[in-house]
Design a binder for this molecule. Structure first.
Ligand SMILES: [Ca+2]
Length: 219
């Protein structure tokens, strides 16, 4: 009798796991065939061949790109190259991407940039906020953009328990931002589990030097 109950429970558990796996495949559109679409107004920009994760454009037309994101389970087109920040002037007739130099002292080897956002202060200082995943951890880096030599001066690294799985940021001050967490856990295995079980444990967090709080919980 006990064995029968055990086998029944195992069958139910396997059935649920199978259903979750099928639901995940459907959500990811794993069986969908992608059709090639001709885009006559698009052309390849040199320097961004391996793709960009995010873009933020200043009112003067300077665009920043985060490139080289590595994420467990996602294919990387440049697995051996650290990430970086590229800049392009959209006013140029033939714009090209230029990699911004980053100030000494910042760990470039583990730079793994994700979402970015800019903030222009009242004195016209431009700050660039970058979600970073060094060794798949979660930080937000604040840089000052120095246009005279196309460089980024690293000012601050922010870590916080309310920022366990940051995806993107919106800067609203020189050290103030809203951030989205795309998972509840920071551990890669537990993140997989969240995705697999289709849990929507995401939120929006407000960060400032004086106050850090969840401002929106998803679902
Ligand atoms: Ca962004």
């Amino acid at each position: 009798m006990g064995r029968l109950v055990g086998l029944s429970l195992l069958g139910i558990a396997l059935g649920l796991l199978g259903e979750r796996l099928l639901a995940l495949r459907n959500r990811l559109k794993a069986s969908t065939e992608i059709e090639s679409v001709d885009l006559p107004n698009c052309y390849l920009i040199k320097g961004i061949e391996t793709g960009a994760e995010d873009i933020d454009i200043l009112p003067n037309g300077l665009a920043f790109f985060s490139v080289g994101l590595k994420c467990p389970g996602l294919h990387s087109f440049a697995p051996d190259k650290p990430g970086g920040i590229l800049m392009m002037d959209l006013n140029d007739e033939n714009p090209r991407a230029l990699e911004l130099r980053i100030s000494r002292g910042f760990n470039l080897a583990s730079f793994n940039p994700h979402g970015i956002s800019t903030f222009i202060d009242s004195d016209d200082t431009v700050y660039l906020f970058v979600v970073n995943h060094p060794e798949f951890k979660n930080t937000v880096e604040i840089f000052k953009f120095q246009e005279e030599d196309n460089s980024l001066l690293h000012l601050k690294t922010i870590k916080h328990e309310l920022l366990p799985s940051v995806n993107d940021v919106i800067a609203v001050g020189p050290a103030h931002f809203y951030a989205t967490n795309d998972h509840y856990f920071s551990d890669p295995f537990l993140k997989y589990l969240e995705t697999y079980l289709n849990l929507h444990w995401t939120n929006v967090v407000y960060y400032s030097p004086n106050e850090v709080k969840v401002v929106h919980l998803c679902c």
